[in-house]
Design a protein around this ligand. Structure first.
Ligand code: SF4
Length: 345
């Protein structure tokens, strides 16, 4: 099918769309899939260096499936939402169990871990060059605005309307170009806070533009406040100037990554340091606290620089590292901020 909206978007894409993104070169299902997962919740400019590094280390689904999870997580460190990396790794092993070939239909793609309807649609469209329908943040924004869809865009009812609109405007022919076009339109013109409506190929039919309120769409339900927690993070330094790093459990925040030791604030600190590390009469200095926000809570990180003679900490989930070694572990961003706190005097 084809319609005025679709044709206008396609015509704009051929002249103004993005044609040189790394995952557009040699767009195999594997390369498209990794890019789609990285681009969830993360901007293109941030993703590009991560993507290139990931592809250098794991050029094939086979290489990814065979890699230790820790190495995969190290390549993800800094991108956040680490469940994406773990799912990617698990799904690579699922693909290898299927003989190493990616499925080329929606149902089988969606059976892979971490692949939802939109990611499956993108792989079908961009890699397999079949008809695929997507609903990423960009597409949701463009459609919500163009058709002035009122109501909580995360609700099942509005999602159904948006998918129906997406499906009805997605062409059978030039499907791949249209998929990329909608992503590009949302990323470059119909942007979150300052849409460039004057340059938009569908401005003449855009209802949000006509209403004068593009940024009022997509609509959200009133944001409920999320709780705030706090925790100590220990910059625990030994005589060699090394810090203690601890591998987090596989689930929970920063699951499977190396982090500084975390302690709850409601404890007897001196007693805890003695029990855990054999530290007596430790020198303790508080460094500047800072806040990190997860999707479901804020965390105030309270760095404590701790020095003293301590018993050996000896288990495979702990290691002493100097700064350079620590940076090779693949640390989550707040840990880099904590490391910088060491330089504060
Ligand atoms: S006219 Fe403006 S609000 Fe409407 S789709 Fe284009 S950029 Fe988005």
């Amino acid at each position: 099918m084809s319609d005025a909206f679709t044709n206008a978007v396609l015509a704009w894409f051929y002249e103004h769309g993005r044609h040189d993104l790394p995952w557009q070169q040699n767009p195999t299902p594997y390369r498209v899939w990794v890019s789609e997962i990285m681009l969830q919740q993360t901007q293109v400019a941030t993703v590009i260096p991560y993507y290139q590094r990931f592809m250098t280390t794991f050029p094939t689904v086979e290489a990814l499936a065979a890699a230790p999870e820790e190495v995969v997580l190290q390549h993800w460190a800094g991108l956040g939402y680490y469940a994406r990396a773990r799912n990617l790794h698990d799904a690579a092993q699922q693909v290898m169990a299927l003989g190493g070939e990616f499925p080329d239909n929606l149902a089988d793609l969606m059976a892979l871990k971490g692949i939802g309807r939109s990611t499956a649609g993108a792989i079908l469209s961009l890699a397999w060059q079949k008809r695929g329908v997507i609903m990423d943040g960009n597409v949701k924004r463009v459609l919500s605005r163009h058709f002035a869809i009122a109501g909580d865009s995360s609700s099942a009812a509005i999602q159904a309307i948006l998918w129906q609109l997406a499906d009805s405007h997605t062409p059978n022919q030039q499907n791949r170009a249209y998929t990329q076009a909608m992503m590009d339109l949302g990323a470059t013109l119909c942007t979150r806070s300052k849409p460039l409506c004057l340059y938009c190929p569908v401005q003449h039919t855009c209802q949000a533009y006509r209403l004068g309120t593009p940024t009022a769409f997509p609509q959200k339900k009133p944001s409920k406040s999320i709780p705030t927690k706090e925790a100590y993070f220990l910059l625990l330094e030994n005589e060699k100037g090394q810090l203690l790093w601890v591998k987090r459990p596989p689930t929970g925040i920063w699951g499977g990554l190396w982090c500084l030791p975390e302690l709850p604030v409601a404890i007897d600190l001196a007693q805890e340091l003695k029990t855990r590390y054999g530290l007596i009469d430790a020198h303790i200095e508080a460094r500047a606290s800072f806040k990190h926000t997860f999707s479901h809570y804020h965390l105030w990180l309270k760095p404590l620089y701790v020095r003293g003679t301590m018993l050996m900490v000896n288990d495979e989930l702990s290691q002493w590292c100097d700064k350079e070694q620590a940076l090779t572990l693949g640390l989550p961003k707040p840990m880099l901020t904590l490391l910088a706190a060491l330089d504060d005097t």
